[in-house]
Design a protein around this ligand. Sequence first.
Ligand code: ADP
Ligand code: MG
Length: 632
Amino acid sequence: MRIHRLPQSLVNKIAAGEVIERPASAVKELVENAVDAGASRIHVAAGGGGIEMLRVSDNGCGIDPDDLELALACHATSKIESADDLFRVGTMGFRGEALASIAEVSRVTIRSRTAARTDGAQIEATGGKLSAVAPCGHAVGTTIEVHNLFYNMPVRRKALRSAQTEFGHIKEAFTRIALALPSLGFTLSHNDRPVLELAPADDWRERIALFFGRELADNLIWVASDEGDVHMSGYVAHPSYSRANSRLQYLFLNGRFIRDRSLQHALGEAYRGLLLTGRYPIGFLNLAMPPEAVDVNVHPTKIEVRFHDASRHYSQLLAMLRTKFLSTDLHARVRSDDAVAPPGAIDEEHAARLRRELVDWAKGEMAHWPDAAAAPDASPRCGLAWTETAEPSRPLTLTRLGRAWRAAEHEDEDVPGLDDAGSPGDQPAGDSPGNVAPWPAPAPARAMQVHNRYLVAETDDGVMIIDQHALHERILYEHLRGRVLADQVETQSLLVPEPVDLAPAEAAAALEHRPMLAKLGMRIEPFGGDTILIAGYPAMLANMNPAEVLRALLDRLLEEGRMPDRAAVLDDLLHTIACKAAVKAGDRLAPEEITALLEQRHLINDAHHCPHGRPTALVFSREELDKQFKRM
Ligand code: ADP
Ligand code: MG
């Protein structure tokens, strides 16, 4: 591997950019070089947050003494030769500017030896000035030491944070590389204290465990998908493990850490309904595709890339996760918080308890299950009370559905999760004829809630399993859409308008879309600068923080580029609100809530899929069941 200068035309093709922003960026470049050199062991040491000292040593191919000067020269690389190569980059580096940039702003020593030589050689650079190459002792491989970063750039140096913070950035940069390459051994130390020691591992999960703990690693779900020459695989966390931000979403493209809004969005979509609002899924995902399917040269640190077919990757990722979730038993461990269960213990004990509870409950309740024809009290019930019925902490917005009847009072509904509404054709029990349901309710069904997330209902000719969140979201969506079309969205006005500080782009989007937001019940006023006043917000989301609602809507608006037109944007916002307002998987429903939901199940059927292909209900016909049980 010899080094040569790039032709000027190519130099110009490579967008100029600041490569070294802080010690962590130097670590990233140096470790990537070690990886490119084919090292199997890489050691990173930092002193004083990496500002005083950084040292990266490897057992890679080494640098020939004759190439040492060139290694430190601008736009000198051994990794690409022509502009064409730029579009099929297979190495981590290729710009040939990292070492030169680091050497410009610090004192750098390189010691290195190739397998072909018996001796090592070293070179030093201070503020870009090179020393002569001198012999030194070194094993095959390279050690690069960086001292006093930004010593000649006082402004940059001043902008650095505390040693601890800078070391935090170093650790993150290190993590992004070491996580992607479990077969390589790594160590990281700070001020001579070992911080991470990562032995080479066969299994990615082992590496993940070293970084993020055994418990999370044990609760990962393996996913994989091949579409054409795009291969995706990796681990996503069980929905009971989530974070308040997206930092634990590690995406790797051909072994390189990337950030990609669209793919992260797909990840979030896949967990829609499985996580509480404001929670982010955890995932470690690897994308492998031919280098020519993506342009990695759009960002100086290559953290953002441009896919030639981004929407295809979006769909592939989403489909991969949804398919997996549908065939995975996710229920047993769903929790709505981050509480950490004692490792191992939870599963069996907890599952056993759930099973016991379910059996006890079923035994008791089966006794009450009326024989439809004979039961004297099989009176019609419409369930839903007009006033707030749910627990105050988690108000169920079904009450805002605008149903035109007032529910009869039911004192006898002491049975959680079971409902025995009347027989087909019954009218909901109304106080007066004028308060009768506006549409013919479908045949009332016996139903129960299982695992606080699915409703199982008997239908005329089989069994229906409904995703409670999906159904509720759909109901709220229809309701809200009707309201928006009629310009009658309920707004929760704020007595004292709430100021929200936004990013400039968010504030601009908010003002630009003010009329549309108003249509949705979100009333805002400019307040100067990037501050927006919230005067009112959708009543459907009354139990949420208004600022949070605004931000969620703006997040969607800022993605508008991906949507064809205003109608699609409005529709998307409707979905966002409906999704946020709907009951979640894991929410226990009161019997009348179940009834109310089921009465509108005509809004879904097994053929109806949400826009991304996830079914909202499954139907098993009796015939099918009979067949399965070999009754016919
Ligand atoms: P790039 O990685 O983009 O080629 P760099 O400035 O990071 O540019 O490095 C310049 C050249 O120095 C590399 O192309 C490589 O040939 C050599 N080099 C740098 N670090 C190492 C290393 N740890 N082992 C072997 N060669 C290295
Ligand atoms: Mg490099």
